[in-house]
Design a protein around this ligand. Structure first.
Ligand code: FPP
Length: 224
């Protein structure tokens, strides 16, 4: 049976769910946050150490301002109301991506990371303003500047995911089969599950089913 140390998730389908059931994309994001809470609980139950959630990509800035504002308000509210609880549950929050938001949100993100930095049970990596190509270019630039040898070990030091093991499992909901500039380097050997359900309708049972399937896959890592 495979050990499961790190799950990464592309939480796709909020907008479609919101339009279908509430005539509003933002209502889908609100509902999507409930799925986030359920999945965090299950991740702890499975004793998984790292959970990486793709919440906002560098490309998501192309969305209407109203939707972007709604998403960041949702995040702000979530942190203001839940960070103490995450802290008490021994959860560490880490942001991957470039923190160039409003100074208020940047402060809140930094404070949330700092407050939970010693926690050990589960590390949640929240990908915000994250783009894998940008991350890789930056890492190569740093290697070049520091005149370091270009190899896997050195490159990994300059990724946002420094000190985070690569995901064992990637789940993408929303019936779309693409990676959308997410962890392109880190997913090299991950098992990938594409799920038809939209993120707000994805539930504990769906997650448990994928985990069970993952555990029984023969992972070769290039060997036979
Ligand atoms: C993708 O669905 C989802 C997002 C871009 C945002 C994800 C945000 C949440 C799950 C809620 C907020 C989370 C936190 C941690 C505060 P989409 O909008 O691209 O859906 P679509 O493909 O149906 O348009």
């Amino acid at each position: 049976m495979n050990l499961l140390n790190h799950v990464a998730i592309i939480m796709d389908g909020n907008g479609r769910w919101g339009l279908k059931y509430k005539n509003s994309r933002n209502a889908g994001h609100k509902e999507g946050l409930k799925t986030v809470e359920k999945i965090i609980k299950q991740t702890i139950r499975h004793k998984i150490k790292f959970l990486t959630l793709y919440a906002f990509s560098t490309e998501n800035w192309k969305r209407p301002k109203k939707e972007i504002n709604y998403l960041f308000n949702l995040l702000e509210n979530f942190l203001n109301h839940r960070i103490n609880e995450l802290y008490k549950q021994n959860i560490r929050l880490k942001i991957i991506g470039v923190k160039n938001f409003s100074s208020k949100l940047n402060k809140l993100l930094n404070a949330s990371e700092k407050k939970t930095s010693k926690n050990k049970k589960l590390q949640i990596n929240l990908a915000l303003n994250y783009g894998s190509k940008f991350e890789l270019i930056n890492a190569f630039k740093t290697l070049y500047k520091k005149k370091e040898k270009i190899n896997e070990k050195n490159l990994s030091k300059y990724l946002q995911t420094k000190n985070i093991p690569d995901p064992d499992l990637l789940i993408r909901t929303g019936n779309t089969k693409r990676l959308s500039n997410f962890l392109l380097w880190q997913l090299a050997y991950s098992e990938i599950f594409f799920e038809k359900k939209l993120w707000p309708e994805f539930n504990e049972k769906d997650y448990n089913k994928i985990i069970k399937k993952f555990k029984n896959i023969k992972r070769n890592f290039g060997k036979i």
